[in-house]
Design a protein around this ligand. Structure first.
Ligand code: ATP
Length: 898
């Protein structure tokens, strides 16, 4: 439908052969076959060939290619082909692993599929947006991303942010009247376009175009499926690799000069030695290992319900030092039950739990009298009409679609015998002002069959008391006693109940629209209702875990201060003497806020704009902030936070789009799990460094020592060095990516934001182990030469020693400073044993298989040589464990391991 904007609402429905009841299921199926899925066409995947060559686009690999070329020019064909073979193998491993990582990440992203509320065959359903077809009727509200191009059928104060499509940064007000045929896209106010976001209001529309036929589909025909696998850490590592390459070249050059001048080696000999040195020092597998560690971690997080939308968040998570979290649904279960009603001077209690509408309303154990019944019934009818939830009996249980608190009102209404469906037919809604976290109430306009108009309003009690001048007391309206009502609010809130006030006022019969200024005065208060929403057990445990891990937890809620403090106490938050309200916060200057923010853990009646100020204040104090949010207005705070976290179930599309991480289960405990995973990932990356670098440095030292000492032959040839680097990287180093958590991972303070990956501790460990490996390997080589003079045999023993050094050192590397001399330290990661098994087979092949002996210049060695190899190599294990023991004694664990 190209000109849907010129049609009236009735005509557009006719043209699309649909109605306000929506399409029936057979028609949906037929149209799905005809129009295909509602998604933008995908860009073709990069060809496998190109992806493969991408892997070679890396300075380290250029160096190897250059080395292979020059080696070939020198006529060393075997060496040249082995080096090239390693280059290709490296690219192949990177290609396979990165491909897997990218697939895993896009599979995880797909878990966040967009949903849409549709009306089909007269019933509301939530479906995947991909299944929409032209003619579907969709219901939309603030925070939703419009799932297809639609023609608005009804709007209530709808404003849409269309910047993605038109570049217009201000939200556009929508209406339902047709516009001129030649109106520009930005002026087609009766249309809603796929990919734009509703910033305000609610409404319904009919789908006119889906997938590639939408306006956005026309502009960006192709979307790339694969997100780039890059993060600040990966970039830091790439920079490090470049520096290392420069340093290696310089060292190789200087060492070669020493060889030529001091020992009169030939140019060709020295060139080969320089190649060995370069090949030794370059940790070619490091970038791939880091990417894989990140991908493995992201998958682990997804299994625990946290979806990472932006990869850099994985690193930041490990450094989070304060979590600002919503209350309702995140810390509490969001299973609301209406427990108390205060009507006039009477307090009523409701029995029953959950959404089952069976239960009694009573006062001190006695049923309501007729007069009380009428007043309570007015209160519950009003709040059932000023309500968007639907209560249904489905699959043998009662279920609420929509806001759980509104659902709880419907349940209470049914408990007193109100048939809410009949009620809404008798008194249909004409217009509404939707709930908004900024003004904290919702109002609706209704007309009954006699045409009498009435406005109902429900919302935060402080907001409502100001607009009421009378209150319903039994059957009469009396002037409102605000002091009394404030007391009652405090009374309910102090029990941790969420309090809502309900009021009404008459309107003119002819009034068809509800304006904001009509909600400012003249209401009659019908009463207060109090809901309980118990804290999640797992949130209490997670808060304790955060406190042990040095992470502050701050609750930032739209709820009443007293309710928030009561819940804060139940949850075990630390600083709960006072709550800072949004109103108080607005009066503070930046400096005052900075001074006070540390001492408060509960922020109540906070608007989304306040959240932004809070994030900024905490960041000024040097905190790394994770902030949760669900509403459309939370987007700026989520973007600003270091780890913006959106709710998967209750969150709007707008919030999800702004977030770095989405919690599938909306649960606070999930954030803690994600932080834990973040810390493990960072640890494992450090461990990979700690493991790979000593081998590289150690090998380089061996070559340097050999040249400087003027040895006739090098203990390790370039091809042997490459062999060691490759086989250990794909076996041992990779196993570290799967390393489980350190014992103290959640008992130490968060990592400092500016902490360097290569800190003094890591450099010390690298140098210490490298020297150890160098002395051991060089020593055994020299001893072998002295014993029998067979260079090839001595090299084979040396290369096996080096590999065994790595095997033993791998166990050390599993814990940064904790001891591994225990059952879990030795056997808790099965991948390690698997890796060692594979590596041993490869070493056997290298040593005894004639083909490999020919290629790599190795010889079969004697059984007793293996004995020396193992004895010498195992020394590193004991030396590093002794070093750790010494470190543990000198420093508290927390100081060193972070
Ligand atoms: P949190 O921010 O922790 O999720 P919250 O859900 O209480 O807390 P908001 O959704 O901003 O925060 O709600 C603020 C207040 O607005 C509530 O305490 C309640 O008084 C009122 N309120 C919430 N939902 C509605 C609604 N659907 N209709 C009317 N008033 C509401």
């Amino acid at each position: 439908m190209n000109h849907a904007h010129t049609y009236t609402t009735d005509d557009v429905l006719k043209a699309l052969e649909t109605s306000s009841r929506g399409l029936d299921h057979a028609e949906v199926q037929a149209r799905a076959g005809q129009y295909g899925p509602n998604r933008l066409p995908m860009a073709p995947k990069e060809s496998a060939f190109r992806r493969f060559f991408h892997q070679c686009n890396n300075v380290l690999i250029y160096m190897l290619i250059a080395a292979a070329t020059i080696t070939a020019l020198l006529g060393e064909w075997i060496d040249a082909s082995v080096i090239m073979g390693v280059v290709l193998l490296n690219a192949l491993i990177g290609f396979i692993q990165e491909g897997k990582a990218a697939d895993a990440l896009s599979a995880i992203k797909a878990m966040l599929s967009q949903q849409a509320m549709v009306v089909r065959a007269g019933q509301q359903h939530v479906i995947d947006a991909i299944d929409l077809v032209p003619g579907d009727i969709v219901l939309l509200q603030a925070g939703d991303k419009i799932p297809a191009d639609i023609r608005w059928l009804s709007v209530s104060a709808i404003q849409v942010q269309e910047a993605a499509l038109t570049g217009e940064s201000l939200p556009v007000v929508k209406h339902t009247a047709p516009v001129d045929a030649d109106a520009e896209l930005a002026d087609r106010h009766c249309m809603g376009y796929s990919g734009t976001t509703i910033s305000h209001g609610q409404g319904s529309g009919v789908v006119v175009a889906t997938g590639g036929a939408t306006e956005i589909g026309g502009i960006s025909r192709l979307v790339s499926e694969v997100a780039p696998l890059s993060t600040p850490l990966i970039r830091q590592i790439n920079r490090f690799a470049n520096t290392l390459t420069g340093v290696t070249l310089a060292v190789a050059f200087i060492t070669s000069l020493v060889g030529i001048w001091v020992w009169q080696y030939s140019l060709a000999e020295m060139f080969l030695a320089a190649v060995s040195l370069a090949v030794a020092a370059i940790p070619e597998s490091l970038p791939a290992i880091v990417t894989i560690t990140l991908a493995v971690g992201v998958q682990r997080m997804a299994k625990r319900q946290a979806i990472i939308r932006r990869l850099p968040a994985v690193e930041t998570l490990g450094a989070v030092s304060v979590i600002c979290t919503d209350k309702t649904g995140t810390l509490t279960r969001n299973e609301m039950t209406l427990k108390q009603i205060i009507q006039g001077r009477n307090h009523f209690t409701l029995s029953g739990t959950g959404y089952d509408p069976h239960g009694l309303i009573s006062q001190h154990g006695a049923a309501l009298n007729a007069q009380q019944h009428a007043a309570v019934s007015t209160l519950l009818s009003a709040s059932s009409l000023c309500n968007d939830a639907v209560l249904r009996f489905k699959d043998d249980q009662w279920d609420v679609q929509g806001d759980p608190m509104e659902g709880a009102i419907l349940v209470a209404a049914q408990k007193i015998g109100i048939d809410t469906d009949t009620l809404s037919r008798q008194c249909p809604r004409v217009d509404l002002i939707p709930f908004d976290a900024a003004h904290k109430y919702m109002a609706t306009l209704h007309h009954d069959h006699n045409g009498t108009g009435i406005i109902y309003i429900k919302g935060a009690p402080e907001a409502l008391l100001n607009v009421c001048d009378t209150a319903l007391q039994g059957e009469t309206y009396t002037p409102i006693d605000r002091a009394y009502w404030y007391q009652q609010i405090e009374y309910l809130a102090s029990q941790g109940q969420r309090v809502l006030a309900v009021a009404q006022k008459a309107s003119l019969p002819e009034q068809a629209q509800l304006r904001f200024d009509q909600t400012h005065d003249g209401f009659a208060l019908l009463g207060l209702v109090g809901f309980i929403d118990p804290p999640r057990e797992e949130a209490i445990a997670a808060i304790q875990a955060c406190q042990r891990a040095g992470i502050n937890v701050k609750m930032i809620t739209g709820d009443h201060a007293t309710t928030a403090l009561a819940i804060g106490r139940q949850l075990g938050l630390k600083r709960i003497e006072k709550a800072m309200t949004g109103q108080w916060l607005s009066t503070l200057t930046e400096t005052e806020l900075d001074d006070q923010i540390i001492d408060v853990d509960v922020f109540a009646r906070v608007n989304p704009e306040h959240k932004l100020r809070l994030v900024e204040a905490l960041q000024r104090q040097g905190f790394i902030v994770a902030m949760t949010g669900d509403g459309v207005n939370d987007a700026p705070a989520l973007k600003r936070a270091d780890v913006g976290t959106a709710m998967g179930k209750g969150g709007t599309e707008a919030a999800k789009e702004a977030a770095d991480m989405v919690l599938i289960d909306d649960n606070f405990a999930t954030i803690t799990h994600a932080i834990r995973e973040g810390r493990i990932i960072y640890d494992n990356i450090r461990k990979s460094f700690m493991f790979i670098l000593p081998t590289s440095v150690g090998e380089a030292l061996i070559i340097m020592a050999a040249i400087i000492m003027g040895l006739e032959h090098l203990p390790l040839t370039p091809v042997l060095i490459l062999w060691v680097n490759m086989v250990t990287a794909v076996t041992l180093a990779l196993a570290l990516a799967f390393e489980p958590a350190e014992q103290h991972v959640m008992q130490r303070p968060p990592r400092k934001a500016d902490a360097q990956l290569l800190d003094r501790f890591l450099i010390w460990r690298v140098v210490f182990v490298a020297i150890f490996m160098m002395l051991g390997t060089f020593g055994i080589y020299s001893w072998q030469i002295a014993k029998h003079g067979d260079v090839l045999m001595a090299r084979t023993v040396a290369v096996n020693t080096l590999v065994f050094f790595e095997i033993f050192y791998l166990f050390n590397a599993r814990r940064m400073i904790d001891s591994v001399c225990n059952v879990s330290g030795l056997i808790s990661n099965r991948m390690i044993w698997l890796a060692i098994g594979v590596l041993l087979l490869l070493q056997m092949g290298l040593t005894y298989y004639p083909g490999m002996q020919h290629l790599f210049g190795t010889r079969a060695i004697h059984l007793h040589d293996w004995f020396y190899v193992v004895i010498i190599a195992s020394t590193v294990f004991f030396a590093v464990e002794a070093e750790k023991w010494w470190l543990r004694r000198r420093h508290p664990i927390t100081a060193v391991s972070t």
